[in-house]
Design a protein around this ligand. Structure first.
Ligand code: PEP
Ligand code: MG
Length: 542
């Protein structure tokens, strides 16, 4: 029987396909008394063997898909499971406390991870996340939690409570037709990912999990409808709507190669936002004039340890080369807040959005920052890279950044490694940066307005909190005035000004932004042609 739920659309479009639920393993492990401790020890060893088999399969898959360097982590995980100290600890806990294997493994995982985290060596500190990971795998097998994550084998509608950025990076995106989540917010990274992938997404859908796995579903990203087991009539209606939509997309494609110019001859740049090297294909397919925001932190989210200078250099160089001389704005790492990475070992914070994140981490841990800057400057030689810094609140921060850049350049000179003198810019995403924009413009070449964070900080509305959707008015005059003020001050100081937050793609505001004098709009690749269409139909002389 047909069932229907409603939700808040975060990206339009129609998806029709089977439903798959994203299952996260329950991380709460219960401590239970056992009578037959030797049987429990055997149960642990059996689960550990099964985990090693899983890791071998993952290793072989990764070797084929992403190469040896990325596959090696699974070998390390296998070795950790064989580590005698680790095994002894699990067995001791079972035998001395008469407890279940799940509890013994989880406790050992916590203890070892803590021990690694406190070591004096970067490599060993990086192993803390690995030991947690293998322990979770064994606990999952012991508790019969089954496969975790997204187990679809055909393109499907993904249903989840919510997804963390670190989970989205691991998804096989070719198998996702749409995201439907219970929580999340319009500006959450799942929503941004949906826009990048050009697939419909709904948030705030209060679905019940009973009997939906594998069933047929329809997601209407325009009307906010999620239909399960649709009647024949409804299915036919949506198949027709989908065909019409495909036709519209085809017409938009005809705008490819045309300039972003208003009827009265005002031309601006329309660039695209990306989160990984793979997204460049979408940028090119949608004919963006450049990349206005490469969220480099996704390179850090996709692995178990700090990406090396060489790995980063390769990624930035590939993007720059593929864009063949078009502008590529790479934002330095924006970790913290909703983007947590275990191996950074950041302290728990009550209010992470206002916490130790982004440039604050980079300025306090120049080793990490310098590795990234070296990779960026080395890659700059191969294309047209600009470097941008997130979460700036003061001129002083920019001056400190420039000092570090000078050190990096001196090192590269010494090593005779070639680089270009890249443009540098700052994100304007805090009210402080808006109010300091006159002074900041004198220090940098460009501004890029991050309306996602700027809206959250200006309106005091946490962008992750689904209960605030009615308050976080993206068209709030306070935010629009800040944008206007920033553009005016940027131009006064000789800096070009773009918008790279989600608001840049809001076509109901394109004319407003053009009238304010914005120089660039950077949007999800899938929105480039719609924005171009609106610009070409705007007449600022009227
Ligand atoms: C923003 O804050 O508007 C932005 C573009 O950065 P992110 O969404 O990655 O925080
Ligand atoms: Mg931001």
């Amino acid at each position: 029987m047909q069932k229907e739920y409603s939700g808040k659309p975060v990206f339009g479009g129609i998806a029709i396909g089977r439903i798959t639920i994203y299952r996260r393993k329950d991380s709460v492990v219960k401590r239970e008394k056992v009578t037959d401790v030797e049987a429990e020890v055997q149960r642990y060893h059996k689960a550990s063997d099964e985990a090693k088999e899983q890791l071998q399969q993952l290793h072989d898959k990764a070797l084929k898909e992403v190469g040896e360097a990325n596959a090696a982590v699974f070998e390390v995980h296998q070795m950790m499971l064989d580590d005698l100290d680790y095994q002894e600890s699990v067995e001791n806990i079972i035998r001395t406390q008469n407890v279940n294997a799940e509890f013994a493994v989880a406790t050992t995982g916590d203890n070892f991870s803590e021990m690694f985290a406190n070591m004096d060596d970067d490599y060993m500190r990086g192993r803390a996340a690995d030991v947690k990971d293998i322990s979770n795998r064994v606990v999952g097998i012991l508790s019969g939690a089954g496969a975790s994550g997204f187990t679809a084998t055909e393109p499907s509608i993904l249903l989840a409570d919510d997804l963390a950025p670190s989970e989205t990076v691991q998804l096989d995106k070719s198998l996702v037709l749409s995201f439907v989540t219970r929580f999340g917010s319009t500006n959450s990274h799942t929503a941004i990912l949906a826009r990048t992938m050009n697939i419909p997404a709904l948030i705030g859908v209060d679905f019940s999990e009973d009997d939906v796995e594998g069933h047929m579903g329809i997601v209407d990203g325009y009307e906010g409808r999620f239909i399960i087991d649709p009647d024949d009539e409804v299915l036919a209606e949506y198949q027709q709507k989908k065909a019409k939509e495909e036709e519209k997309q085809r017409l938009l494609q005809e705008l490819k190669g045309k300039p972003n110019i208003t009827k009265d001859g005002h031309e601006i740049n329309v660039y695209a936002n990306i989160g990984s090297v793979k997204d460049v294909a979408d940028v090119l397919a949608n004919d963006a004039g450049g990349i206005g925001l490469f969220r480099s932190e996704f390179l850090y989210l996709g692995c178990d340890d700090y990406p090396s200078e060489e790995d980063q250099f390769k990624a930035y160089k590939t993007v720059a080369e593929n864009m063949a001389g078009k502008k590529v704005v790479i934002r330095t790492l924006d970790i913290g807040a909703d983007k947590q990475v275990d191996y950074f070992h950041l302290d728990h914070e009550d209010n992470p959005a206002m916490g130790f994140r982004a440039i604050r981490i980079c300025l306090k841990r120049p080793d990490i920052f310098k590795t990234q800057l070296r990779a960026l400057y080395r890659a700059s030689f191969y294309g047209n890279i600009s470097i941008m810094f997130p979460m700036i609140i003061s001129v002083d921060e920019v001056r400190k950044i420039k000092e570090i850049i000078a050190e990096v350049k001196a090192e590269l000179d010494e090593e005779q490694l070639p680089y270009k003198d890249c443009e540098i810019g700052v994100m304007i995403e805090t009210p402080a940066a808006v109010w300091m924009s006159e002074e900041l413009a004198k220090e940098v070449d460009f501004f890029s307005i991050g309306t996602n964070d700027l809206t959250q900080y200006t309106l005091a509305c946490d962008r992750q909190n689904p209960n605030l959707e009615d308050f976080a008015d993206t068209h709030h005059p306070a935010v629009l005035r800040e944008i206007e003020y920033t553009i005016k001050n940027g131009h006064k100081g000789g800096a070009w000004v773009g918008i790279c937050g989600e608001l840049g793609a809001d076509t109901t505001l394109t004319e407003t932004f053009l009238r304010m004098g914005v120089d660039e709009l950077s949007v999800s690749p899938s929105r480039v042609l719609s924005v171009r269409n609106v610009i070409r139909n705007t007449d600022l002389s009227k």
